[in-house]
Design a protein around this ligand. Structure first.
Ligand SMILES: Cc1cc2nc3c(=O)[nH]c(=O)nc-3n(C[C@H](O)[C@H](O)[C@H](O)COP(=O)(O)O)c2cc1C
Length: 164
C-alpha cells in the first residue's frame, strides 16, 4: 500500500512538485493528459474559460483506480482561479476514493484564489477524506524547502493510517 500522486501539468510546474512527492514517498505518479491539446494561446482563450465554468475535459487515462493505495495526492495548475478541466475530469474518474486520506496542492503564478477550496469540495463530494491543502507557485515548484510542507502532510497522513 502506497501513495498515488495524480496531477495535470501543461508547462511542467505541477509535474515538478508531483515528482518530488513521488521521490520522497516512493509513490506512483499518474499524469493526466487533457486531450484538447491546447496551443499556448488556446489554453488562455478556451482552457481558462472552461476552468471558470468548472467544465471537465476529455482525459487520458479515462479511469483512475486508487483502491489499492493508502494515501492519494491530487495536484492542479491554477487556471483563472480554478482547478483545470483535466483535474475536474480526473476527480470524476476516480474509483475507490471513498474514505481515502487525500492531500491536495496547486501551482499558480501567485494568485491561487479559491482553487484548493474548490478542489477539496469536489473531492469531498466523491467521499475523499481530505487532510490538507498546500498552495505552491511556478517560482517555488522546484524548491525542496517549498515542497516540504506538502511532503510532510503526506507522511503525517501515512503515519496516522499506520497507527490505526
Ligand atoms: C490558462 C491559464 C490560466 C492561468 N490562470 C492563473 C490564475 O488565475 N492565477 C495564477 O496565479 N496563475 C495562473 N496561471 C499560471 C499557472 O497557474 C502557473 O503557471 C502554473 O504553475 C502552471 O502549471 P503547469 O506548469 O503544471 O502547467 C494560469 C496559466 C494558464 C496557462
Amino acid at each position: 500500500m502506497s501513495v498515488c500522486i495524480i496531477y495535470h501539468s501543461e508547462t511542467g510546474n505541477t509535474r515538478a512538485v508531483a515528482e518530488q512527492v513521488a521521490t520522497a514517498s516512493g509513490g506512483d505518479l499518474i499524469g493526466v493528459r487533457d486531450l484538447a491539446n491546447y496551443s499556448k494561446v488556446g489554453m488562455y482563450l478556451k482552457g481558462a474559460r472552461r476552468a471558470m465554468r468548472g467544465d471537465s475535459a476529455d482525459i487520458e487515462p479515462a479511469a483512475i483506480d486508487v483502491s489499492g493505495y493508502e494515501t492519494v495526492v491530487v495536484g492542479t495548475p491554477v487556471w483563472a482561479g480554478n482547478p483545470t478541466p483535466a483535474i475536474n475530469a480526473a476527480v470524476n474518474a476516480l474509483r475507490g476514493i471513498e474514505g481515502k486520506p487525500t492531500v491536495v496542492f496547486c501551482t499558480s503564478g501567485g494568485s491561487p484564489r479559491r482553487t484548493l477550496d474548490t478542489l477539496t469540495v469536489m473531492l469531498a463530494k466523491r467521499g475523499a477524506d481530505v487532510r490538507g491543502a498546500v498552495p505552491l507557485t511556478a517560482r517555488t515548484a522546484k524548491r525542496p524547502e517549498a515542497v516540504k510542507p506538502l511532503i510532510d502532510l503526506v507522511r503525517q497522513s501515512r503515519r496516522e493510517m499506520a497507527a490505526q
